[in-house]
Design a protein around this ligand. Sequence first.
Ligand code: F6R
Length: 243
Amino acid sequence: MEVVIVPDARAGGELIAQSIVDLLGSKPDALLGVATGSSPLPIYQALAAKVAAGEVDASQARICQLDEYVGLPAGHPESYRATVLREVVEPLGLTEASFFGPDGSAEDVQAACEAYDRALGEAGGVDLQLLGIGTDGHIGFNEPCSSLASRTRIKTLTQQTIDDNARFFDGDTAQVPRHVITQGIGTILDARHLVLLATGEGKAEAVAQTVEGPLSALVPASALQLHPHATVVVDEAAASKLK
Ligand code: F6R
């Protein structure tokens, strides 16, 4: 695992956006796995700026989701489909046709999970998967004690994650969905390159356990230790508990 410490979130976003530019240079139709939440926003902003400046042709890029809430009405602005369209697909000048994710409103959720794993395989696998990290060490929504071999499936959010995500729902924990479809840890590990961005002191403990702790299902992000090409980009605050 490669750990890169940058001065701030903006520098992290710039660095990772550049690695996506490099990837698109060698593979214009690369499949990018994208995370939602606050952490990756500087990446998406930096990448959109590079596209606008003509530094990269992203027109053939393909985008796929890491996870999705279960049970939000279609088109809800906080569904991850709507979020990725707003924050990634549209700013990059792409259309919905270049983007796919798990169906969080499917009647048969189990079938939707299996279909998503199949779709990822049929698309040739994820070239670069962007990840954030939860304060409890989750990646995707693989909460502590998730199987390190897990595939895409439905998970129940922990109270800590519900509290953390309430800020996207007017601060009201009651509005936060309790369930999500998430790529499993095994699914995430199938990507050819994993890039995790963590910023802020609130992530310092989870980062330290991910990078320096033992491989453990209690800290799902520690599964990155198993991957041959994992990059962890942290700002100084998130790096503050590294030895
Ligand atoms: C979101 C996701 C989550 C977030 C994590 C950190 O698609 O998979 O694992 O990356 O909860 O969220 P932020 O970045 O908002 O702190």
